[in-house]
Write a protein that binds this ligand. Structure first.
Ligand SMILES: [Zn+2]
Ligand SMILES: [Zn+2]
Length: 387
């Protein structure tokens, strides 16, 4: 089995990893758009975006654009796969946000549900549940030539699905030849987890605010896990949950399924869409989600009693003017979607892989330090590694 990281050994965002069996069957794991700060470059790859189709499938781990955002550049003869519901959510998200890959997202094929397998020539892939905040983020186990690799996509161990993630992977312990892990936070130092809250800490803080006032909470339109978790807690306390039409459309894709969704997601059927007439009687205990900077600003003016909670990456605050950010009601509570440094170590010790390849990181050497005692591969983009 041969591994080639097309992009991602020395940057986060824009992941693509090619896996080829000894007989020549090939797949690609993720095909993400690069962040603008890194140049926003396309991927030009023979057999994937150029020439004749040379891979049997591109598998998308989750619905973030830095993992799925270049699927529209893939050759028409190369099928793209994703979890069935996550794929619908991605198509809707792409449509409501006007992203160029919306049409390609509508044509994606469905991966088998958790517990199932799918074959690409002599490569067998098994999806596993991850925890990253987006609905049904997945890790992929790829097996061929008597070897096993696990690709994590993006994940964390401080989210709402930690125990489901770990219990799902329990049978793989000590059996994985190569762990291709995201290592976004590898360079952030051990103290990182002491000042970045977990999802549970965020929920506790929001509930405290809701005890005295309404809350307007900014989070990504596809952070459905956060919306589901908080919706359930608010509903239990008799509060109301509102989203805009855009979030509502995306959430509806998660709950309209014929198969019963996991209990965790059943809370999602609650949110109502908001309009200005709703806010006359808004009060403590009511929670309004928004993923629009414009709506966040407008809503904050319409509901002067509301606390304002911003939960996304603080770097995105550049979109908001400083007067808004200085409002005493404004709180930044960013919960990372990525494994903290200590969690990268914890995960490696849990899985006990024979070798580790960090991707989705600008600090692969820091990851090697964190994982002292493990064999950590120093690979470059485009370099072949034989497993
Ligand atoms: Zn990512
Ligand atoms: Zn992600």
């Amino acid at each position: 089995m041969k591994i080639n990281v097309i992009r991602g050994t020395h940057q986060f965002g824009g992941n693509a990893v090619k896996v080829t069996s000894d007989s020549g069957s090939a797949i690609v794991l993720d095909f993400g758009a690069e962040f603008a700060v890194n140049g926003g470059r396309a991927i030009v790859a023979e057999g994937i975006t150029a020439g004749k189709p040379g891979v049997l499938g591109v598998l998308i781990s989750h619905s973030h654009k830095d993992h799925a955002g270049l699927i529209h550049t893939i050759l028409p003869g190369v099928p793209v796969y994703m979890d069935r519901i996550a794929g619908r959510i991605y198509r809707t998200y792409s449509e409501v946000t006007g992203r160029p890959e919306a049409a390609a997202a509508g044509k994606m094929k469905a991966l088998p549900p958790l517990g199932g397998k799918i074959e690409f020539g002599d490569i067998t892939v098994t999806p596993f549940l991850s925890d990253h905040g987006t609905y049904r983020s997945e890790m992929f186990l790829a097996e061929a030539d008597g070897k096993r690799l696990l690709y994590t996509g993006d994940f964390r161990l401080h989210g709402l699905l930690r125990s489901e993630l770990l219990s799902g992977l329990g049978s793989l312990r000590g059996t994985v030849d190569l762990l291709i892990t995201e290592a976004t936070c590898a360079g952030r130092g051990d103290e990182y987890s002491t000042y970045v809250p977990s999802e549970r800490t965020l929920e506790k803080s929001v509930l405290e605010f809701l005890g005295k006032s309404p809350v307007i909470l900014f989070c990504s339109i596809i952070n459905i896990d956060r919306i589901a978790g908080l919706s359930g807690l608010v509903k239990d306390k008799g509060g109301r949950v509102f989203v805009s039409w855009a979030e509502k459309r995306v959430i509806d894709e998660a709950v309209k399924d014929d198969a019963p969704p996991a209990a965790f997601y059943q809370n999602l059927s609650i949110p109502e869409t908001y309009d200005s007439s709703l806010f006359a009687d808004i009060g403590k205990g009511d929670l309004i989600f928004t993923s629009s900077f414009e709506d966040f600003r407008i809503l904050s003016g319409m509901i002067p009693s509301a606390e304002l909670v911003f939960t996304e990456w603080p770097g995105n605050l550049a979109h908001m003017n400083s007067a808004f950010r200085e409002d005493p009601r404004f709180h930044v509570m960013h919960v990372s979607g990525h494994a903290h440094p200590a969690e990268l170590r914890e995960f490696a010790e849990f899985l006990l892989p024979r070798a580790v390849l960090p991707v989705h990181t600008s600090s692969p050497e820091k990851c090697a330090e964190l994982l002292e005692g493990f064999r950590v591969l120093p690979l470059q983009d485009g370099e072949d590694f034989s497993l």
